[in-house]
Design a protein around this ligand. Structure first.
Ligand code: PLP
Length: 404
């Protein structure tokens, strides 16, 4: 059992008033809030050890380098990667996907196929489309059903010897569906295809085990797991990372440079050109420690309770329809009320101190599938409460009355 009031006390922002009302923060899918320990760790870095890493012989540089590499090792341990050099620091999920897609430009041939799911965020669609434009490869879409679940029988039919990479999110940001990624990875490997898992929405709710999953790439963002913005991780299997060319050229990613020829540094530095977000990388480790202390099993149990409670309460509102009704689902409720634009409801509940996301959630193909302009998305975190859900439900009822 989690002591929610004690947990809430870790998050200073939760005591804020917004528009004169106590903040109810249900936009955790976009980014989640930061505990005091993370906020303090950022200041502590700048107060005590700020220096550039991997370059100086001086003490501060060594302290900063050690802290950065300790964080990498912590994250390696968290996701169960085999080697620390399989864990690359990035600026976020988008950066990680672009890095891999860019690398595949040297591998793909015209008419090779990239399988992408119908449930993707734009950041897991557009980089692959750009790659197709560059290489002549084809983008093939794994379809979904009305519940917002990927159709595995169709997936099986789409896989073939031309499939070079399958890219799918672990959990959908727009609907909350948890995808059967282990099955998908195993099937793709039967055809020799690589698999990239977009874990942006999964890592706030569960601890991925990249070796058990046997995925080739797993990407996520620090800011969705209580860490700073501008941080993220790309896990890649050693063999793949050795095979892919560097994404950016610059300092730190080289072994030797002359005007005739440059050779590249070993992993992970080959992919980490330039001065990184040093404090961000270090503090991402602090955020992961914080979450592990609460425990991902506890987080999942409690968030499932919030999901069940919120679903029941919202469905009691006449004319309300939830999009994303898979049994395998995380604490995201995406919905509309008949005849009312989601933006209007979002605006009214904001006046009542409630933060939700409205719109297409960077997943326009999903909205097109359901033939809607967007949804209202309430996404719950482990620091939210049933009382907040009650406040939200009353606010939605009020908005409905005003707008009907
Ligand atoms: C499933 C999914 N993939 C990718 C992203 C992009 O993440 P970022 O903007 O942190 O790069 C998001 C962000 O909402 C997401 O939900």
């Amino acid at each position: 059992m989690l002591d929610i009031q004690k947990i809430r006390a870790d998050f200073p922002i939760l005591t804020q008033k917004v528009n004169g009302k106590p903040l109810v923060y249900f936009d955790n899918g976009a980014t989640n809030q930061k505990p005091q320990i993370v906020i303090e760790a950022i200041a502590k870095y700048y107060q005590e050890i700020n220096a550039n890493i991997h370059r100086g012989v001086h003490t501060l540089s060594q302290l900063a380098t050690d802290a950065y590499e300790e964080s990498r090792a912590k994250i390696q341990n968290h996701i169960n990667a085999k080697f620390p050099h399989e864990v690359l620091f990035t600026s976020g999920t988008t950066h990680g996907i672009n890095l891999v897609a860019n690398g595949f430009a040297s591998i793909l041939k015209p008419n090779d196929e990239i399988l992408v799911s119908a449930l993707e965020h734009h950041s897991n669609i557009v980089p692959w489309q750009m790659l197709c434009e560059k290489t002549g490869a084809k983008l093939v879409v794994i379809p979904m059903n009305e519940n917002g679940e990927l159709i595995m029988t169709e997936y099986d039919k789409l896989l073939n010897n031309k499939t070079k990479i399958v890219t799918v999110n672990h959990i959908s940001n727009a609907l909350g569906t948890i995808n059967p990624i282990k099955y998908m990875i195993d099937q793709a490997h039967e055809f020799g295809a690589a698999v990239l898992i977009d874990g942006a929405q999964a890592t706030p709710h569960l601890k991925p085990d990249v070796q058990a999953l046997n995925c080739d790439f797993y990407v996520f963002s620090g800011h969705k797991i209580c860490g700073p913005t501008g941080t993220g991780i790309l896990y890649g299997k050693e063999d793949w990372l050795n095979k892919l060319p560097p994404y950016q050229g610059g300092g730190e990613m080289i072994k030797e440079v002359s005007f005739e020829k440059t050779t590249y540094a070993a992993l992970p530095h080959k992919f980490e050109a330039g001065t990184p977000n040093i404090e961000g990388g270090i503090v991402l480790g602090t955020a992961i420690d914080y979450l592990n202390e609460i425990g991902f099993d506890n987080i999942a149990d409690y968030e499932n309770e919030l999901l069940a409670y919120g679903t029941e309460k919202l469905l009691a509102i006449e004319g309300l329809k939830i999009f994303g009704t898979s049994k395998a689902k995380t604490s995201v409720i995406s919905f509309n009320i008949e005849g009312i634009h989601p933006y209007d409801i979002g605006t009214i509940v904001d006046k009542l101190g409630i933060a939700v996301r409205t719109g297409h959630h960077c997943a326009q193909p999903i909205m097109n599938f359901f033939n809607i302009p967007g949804t209202i998305r309430a996404s719950f975190a482990f620091y939210n409460t049933k009382e907040e859900i009650d406040i939200f439900v009353e606010a939605v009822k009020k908005a409905k009355t005003m707008l009907s």
